[in-house]
Each structure stands twice: as structure tokens, then as C-alpha cells.
Design a binder for this molecule. Sequence first.
Ligand SMILES: [Zn+2]
Length: 325
Amino acid sequence: SFWGKWYQNDILVSLTFHLFNLHGLIEHFHLDTMKLRRFLVMVQEDYHSQNPYHNAVHAADVTQAMHCYLKEPKLSKSLTPWDVLLSLIAAATHDLDHPGVNQPFLIKTNHYLATLYKNISVLENHHWRSAVGLLRESGLFAHMSSENRQLMESQIGALILATDISRQNEYLALFRTHLDRGDLCLEEAGHRHFILQMALKCADICNPCRTWELSKQWSEKVTEEFFHQGDVEKRYQLGVSPLCDRQSETIANIQIGFMTYLVEPLFAEWARFSNTRLSQTMLGHLGLNKASWKGLQRESSSGDDTDPAFEEMDSDVLPQETLLS
Ligand SMILES: [Zn+2]
């Protein structure tokens, strides 16, 4: 419908503006609401609406999830307005100008971004630099000191770079070590920023923690984007990337691998950090959704339990029992 379309097209602007207002950021940082709206419109327009998954709706979804994590008691009582500001901007911009293909694709096609960022966190660096470009262009923080603006840019960078899924093990190992030692001190800015990195990582891959109906739709969209890349790779004989071959992959196999090797280990640690009803609900949905995909996998009798592509990414997997205890 017209209204449905209109609402969806405007979702990132309206949600983020609403959250800025809700968290008192407009007042606290003396933001010009016209500039804020213009900044958010530019952000929204720099997402590619033709991407099935990496578009402004995904960015809005991640921003909404981030807001929920910021409100968790353990975080909310120690966060400063500055932390909230950076978290919401990083969430809204974390996939800015995403081309709808992954880093290996950019590297093998000699894309200028791969060259520019020397094949390291190519997409995440691009999302961050694009966000910085729009922040400067909008003049939203022109009234702040240049030291603060520089600090903001680098801290937003640290948050966005943490969403590089191929580096999840590093972040997770550090998170686990802190939780084992019980030495996280949220009065320290450095520790708070580490937790915000973990929160943004959770927000970015929380699709399987939503209800089945929502989760299933996200899964279909991300698979559509993967398979489209695989089609292009086949057409130009570039070698099909893992998870991108519609002939040999299924949504169920991809999702079960994704949940087992990436989502479950991350959310198990998050629930240790913030053991709340929200965390338990997310782990509950995760377990149910995985069971649903396993049911569908059995129905289609497509074979393998998990996708080997994920095993290369994450070797230490928590046993399933610890997740729901
Ligand atoms: Zn994302």
C-alpha cells in the first residue's frame, strides 16, 4: 500500500529522530532539529533500497535493537548522554552505502574500496568513512569543539568496525575473559565502550532472536542477497563464495550454521553480562527458531546439519545446554 511503502521508506529517519528525542539528546547536545532531520535523511538515502537485506530497514532494525540493549538496567545506569548519542548514530550508519556484496567479492573484483582499505574490514571502514562524511556535511555538530568532533568520529569508527563478523572471535574472547574475571567496570569509559561494541554486534545479528515470523523474513532476505551475489559470480566465472550458491545451499542450512557458530555463542555471553528477561526471551526465540529450521531441513531432507562455511569462522562453540540454563 502507499502508506505502508511511505512508512517503510521513512522508517530510519522517523525511528532515529524519535529515539534522539526520547533519550533527551536533542536538548542535551543543543541539536538543531532541522539539521538532525537532514542528516538522517542523507543517512537513509545512502542505503541502497534495492538491496534485499542491507538496506535502511535493516539499519532501523539494528537501531531499534540497540535502543533496547541501552535500556538494560546494567547499562542504562552507567551510560552518559554521549555514549547513547554515539551508539544510536553508529547503529543507524553501521552499514551505510552497503553494495549488497561481501568483502571477498570486492577483493576478487579489484573494487576500489578493497584497494583503499587494503583488504581489511573493507565494508566496515567504508560504512564508517561514509558516516563521517555525512556528519561533516550536515554540520549537526558544528557547534561542538573540534576535539569532541574528532573523538566522536573515532569512537563511532570503533563501534562500526566491531561489526566485522569475521573478527567476532577476537571480541568474544575478550568479552568472555572479562566476564570470567568479573572485572568489567562500567564507570570506566573504556569498558563502557567495549560493552557498546558488544551491544552493537548483538544488535547487528539479532534477527534469529526475534519471533519466528520476523526472523524467517530476515533470513529469506539475507539469503536472497547472498544468492544474487552467487549468480553474479557464476555469470562472470569468479568462483562462487561460501553461502552464495543457490544450487547447493538452503536457507535452513545457512541459518542453522549462522545460529550455531555466531549467534548462540555471542548471545550466551551477552546473557551472562545482562541476565534479564529480554536476554532470556532472545535465547528462547533463538532455540525455537533453530528447531524450526531443523524441522524444515528434515522435511526437505537436504542433508548436512550445519554449513561448513561457518566452521572456518568460529571454532570454539558453546555446548547447547549452557545456552538455555
Ligand atoms: Zn548490519
